[in-house]
Design a protein around this ligand. Structure first.
Ligand code: OGA
Ligand code: MN
Length: 291
């Protein structure tokens, strides 16, 4: 099957032609999707009818092993059992809408900060696949920023300054930014991970920033200087020309490359309306060579 990709933004993001991914098993089509990801960093597939198991199985065919400890595992157990599936919803363990003060709700509000999935783990997240199951009548868009284009737009002096720097990413840090509090026992499980601030994507052959609200310090700099630099880079990277806003339709599957994009959820009337999506995130292990 030959897929076509129609750009949805001048820099990144494309919509794929009609395909049923739960039935997609042939290596040729999988390789076309990987090549599309190398070029666009984000792909939108309409009208996917995944069960949790099918979404998990597709992600494994597409890229391999999955993250099994999503961020929220630190504070609560998931209601979902399928391998690697994260519950991206405003619904509690009993399937009821979460109340305003629900701790898990307050914890997930940090999805509204710009981030890359599992950057606080090693291996970090490579691809995230997010599938829309139930959508609210309005709001609840997801925004994405292109960190390759943001890197390219830096001046040479800044590019030289960033070369070789290492960043500590911590989910405790990003949650604490919003005032969320952890117990000592929870914090003990959230040590974070270290990653280069600039990296080259081997197959795509492009350089990118690797930043997120989880980025807590630059190891080679003093804490305040590193944070100032991180804030400056974050502000640079989310300027309107680097940002795409995804307005969800029922059945959309969006795949994004966490190595070179950030994303954030936007507000909606979440105490009134359901919004249920399911995510899987693959491990950022060594890339397979180009087909
Ligand atoms: C995620 C995430 C944003 C959203 O699933 O990783 O950040 O809009 N989701 O739900
Ligand atoms: Mn996320």
């Amino acid at each position: 099957m030959t897929l076509t990709f129609t750009p949805l933004h001048p820099l990144f993001v494309a919509e794929a032609s009609a395909v049923s991914l739960r039935d997609t098993t042939d290596e040729r089509t999988l390789a076309e999707i990987r090549a599309g990801m190398d070029r666009y960093a984000i792909l939108v597939f309409r009208n996917q009818a995944f069960t949790d198991e099918e979404e998990s199985a597709f992600a494994q065919r597409f890229d391999g092993e999955l993250h099994t400890k999503p961020g929220a595992a630190a504070i609560s157990k998931s209601r979902l059992a399928a391998y690697g599936i994260s519950d991206i919803s405003n619904v509690d363990a009993d399937g009821e809408l979460m109340e305003q003060a629900d701790r898990k709700r307050l914890y997930s509000l940090a999805n509204r900060l710009w981030h890359a999935d599992a950057s606080f783990q090693a291996p970090a997240g490579r691809y995230s696949l997010l599938h829309a199951r139930v959508l609210p009548p309005s709001g609840g868009d997801t925004q994405f920023a292109d960190l390759r284009a943001a890197y390219d737009a830096l001046d040479n002096e800044m590019k030289a300054q960033l070369e070789g720097l290492t960043c500590h990413h911590s989910i405790a840090y990003s949650r604490q930014t919003l005032g969320f509090e952890f117990s000592a026992e929870e914090l003990d499980k959230l040590k974070g991970a270290y990653h280069p601030l600039v990296r080259t994507l081997p197959r795509a052959g492009r350089k990118t920033l690797y930043i997120a609200s989880h980025a807590a310090r630059i190891m080679e700099m003093s804490l305040p200087e590193g944070r100032l630099l991180l804030w400056e880079l974050m502000q640079h990277a989310v300027q309107p020309q680097f940002v795409y806003t995804h307005k969800w339709q029922d059945g959309d599957l969006v795949i994004w490359d966490n190595r070179c994009t950030m994303h954030r959820a936007t507000a909606f009337k979440d105490v009134q309306h359901r919004r249920e999506l399911r995510r899987v995130t693959t491990l950022d292990l060594e890339e397979r060579p180009a087909a």
